[in-house]
Design a protein around this ligand. Structure first.
Ligand code: OGA
Ligand code: FE2
Length: 535
């Protein structure tokens, strides 16, 4: 499986034209900023519409007031009033033409401009899939960063510049999305939050009866029958005629009675429960480690090992380009060896790379092992693009820099991949190299396996977004202008399984990276193999 994830990153390079027609806004901040501008334009056009409508209403009001006065005088003494020839003429004129004009004004549609603007912009709007995607991203962040529902709803996140909160209706919406995913755990959390906010007196169009309906079901699905009954009771207090709730209540009572009966006679279900718990625990370790590392709660390296991590000036092994101006290098980890280069890409270079990539960013895809088709996956949520050294001297210069500092031949490397992770964007634990059981992975390239990874951080990230290595417990935090480098293979060509790594979900802000995957061919004399397999 892990290989598949790796391979797709590569396949994307060739299959770009086939990748998704829809843009999947929520995966990348780059595209979402366009939406902000779209909304700004729409507000301007909406305000124009309001002005036009107000001025129309103003004219109508003036007419009504004028006529109000006039008819008041006229009705008091109709004959006297009409005795004045001008009044008689004006009455004719009003009724023959002016009322007609007013009628046209009342009928006049002032919304043309706004509506045609909406029609044009609507084709670029996010769709249901985007909304669901953004909601799921929130739920994922909630899990990874141990955020309690109330904190998330009140928008109390670390490092946010623009505070924002969720309404009871928003919470209800999130709960519903979790519900359609059969994710009853989050359904319960968010329906409860919606209810809480309503109980606290929030004014909302969200309806407690609906919320309780979902909530009690989610609670029941998770096996808390007593709580499900209490919630259903609460629903029935609000709406005693509610059909489903009445039905459920009867059903719950029936099950409750049956369970009591069963409890007396057998403990089978307890055993079953234990078994599923064991299964859950089997799955947890990597996920748990991954999430802990993402939160920066990694197990600390022993002081003894830590003392052996250094920083230095590095000249690329006496590379002529770096002898006079060596670069700063820090050890991030010892085994596998991960080093970080500081001030290794300038802000100007970063801007150029981002600008080149932006128009080409598309949702990173993976190969569906069942259908063989490219598809998107929750475990890889980002947008990426590939840049060739031919298209810009900046890209070419960057490639040369990687060659000089790693001592590895970049002519057999893949093109520079640029990736942008929006909020919730992530890449779950994977290997960058192809494993033994998937020998065809990089066959088309003919350059062997991915020997090493070079990863530039092209932005800081306000919260979240670390690169973590769950096998060994390393967290590498993004720092703009730096790059990390590690070998995926031992000199023997064997894969180093301790390099399994992940890109943690971005919690606040937005993450830009670019990476270069170096391949085996061309490195025969640059990194000769040793006699031992695991060295
Ligand atoms: C990758 C990867 C790490 C990161 O793209 O293969 O592991 O932090 N990225 O973006
Ligand atoms: Fe990777």
């Amino acid at each position: 499986m892990a290989f598949k994830k790796v391979w797709c990153a590569l396949a994307l390079g060739f299959l770009l034209p086939f990748s998704c027609a829809h843009t999947d806004f929520f995966t990348s901040i780059g595209h979402m900023t366009d939406l902000i501008n779209t909304e700004k334009d729409l507000v301007v056009s909406l305000k124009d519409y309001i002005k036009a409508e107000e001025s129309k209403l103003e004219q109508i009001k003036k007419w009504a007031e004028k006529l109000d006065q006039l008819t008041a005088t006229a009705t008091k003494d109709p004959e006297g009033f009409l005795g004045h020839p001008v009044n008689a003429f004006k009455l004719m004129k009003r009724l023959n033409t002016e009322w007609g004009e007013l009628e046209s004004l009342v009928l006049k549609d002032m919304s043309d401009g706004f509506i045609s603007n909406m029609t044009i912009q609507r084709q670029f709007f996010p769709n249901d899939e985007d909304q669901t995607g953004a909601a799921k991203a929130l739920l994922r962040l909630q899990d990874t960063y141990n955020l309690d529902t109330d904190t998330l709803s009140r928008g109390n996140l670390p490092g946010v510049k623009h505070k924002s909160f969720l309404t009871a209706e928003d919470c209800f919406e999130l709960g519903k999305i979790a519900y359609t995913e059969a994710d009853y755990y989050h359904t319960e959390l968010w329906m409860e939050q919606a209810l809480k906010q309503l109980d606290e007196g929030e004014v909302s169009s969200a309806d407690k009866v609906y919320i309780l309906d979902y909530l009690s079901y989610a609670v029941y699905q998770q096996g808390d029958l007593a709580k499900a009954m209490a919630l259903t009771r609460r629903l029935l207090e609000l709406d005693p005629e509610h059909q489903r709730a009445n039905g459920n209540m009867k059903y719950f009572e029936y099950i409750m009675a049956k369970e009591k009966e069963a409890n007396k006679s057998s403990t089978d279900s307890e055993e079953q429960e234990k078994e599923t718990e064991v299964k859950k625990k089997d799955y947890l370790p990597e996920r748990r480690k991954y999430e802990m590392l993402c939160r920066g709660e990694g197990l600390k390296m022993t002081p003894r090992r830590q003392k052996r991590l250094f920083c230095r000036y590095y000249d690329g092994n006496r590379n002529p380009r770096y002898i006079l101006g060596p670069v700063k290098q820090e050890d991030e980890w010892d085994k596998p060896r991960i080093v970080r280069f500081l001030d290794i890409i300038s802000d100007e270079e970063i801007e150029t790379v981002k600008e080149l990539a932006k128009p080409r960013l598309s949702r990173a895809t993976v190969h569906d092992p069942e259908t063989g088709k490219l598809t998107t996956a929750h475990y890889r949520v980002s947008k990426s693009a590939w840049l060739s050294g031919y298209e810009s001297p900046v890209v070419s210069r960057i490639n040369t820099r990687i060659q000089d500092l790693t001592g590895l031949d970049v002519s057999t490397a893949e093109e520079l991949q640029v990736a942008n992770y929006g909020v919730g964007g992530q890449y779950e634990p994977h290997f960058d190299f192809a494993r033994k059981d998937e020998p065809d992975a990089f066959k088309e390239l003919g350059t062997g396996n991915r020997i090493a990874t070079w990863l530039f951080y092209m932005s800081d990230v306000s919260a979240g977004g670390a690169t973590v290595f769950p096998e060994v417990g390393a967290s590498v935090w993004p720092r703009k202008g730096t790059a990390v480098f590690w070998y995926n293979l031992f000199p023997s060509g064997e894969g180093d399984y301790s390099t399994r790594h992940a890109a943690c979900p971005v919690l606040v802000g937005n993450k830009w990276v670019s990476n270069k995957w170096l391949h085996e061919r061309g490195q025969e004399f640059r990194r000769p193999c040793t006699l031992s397999e695991l060295e």
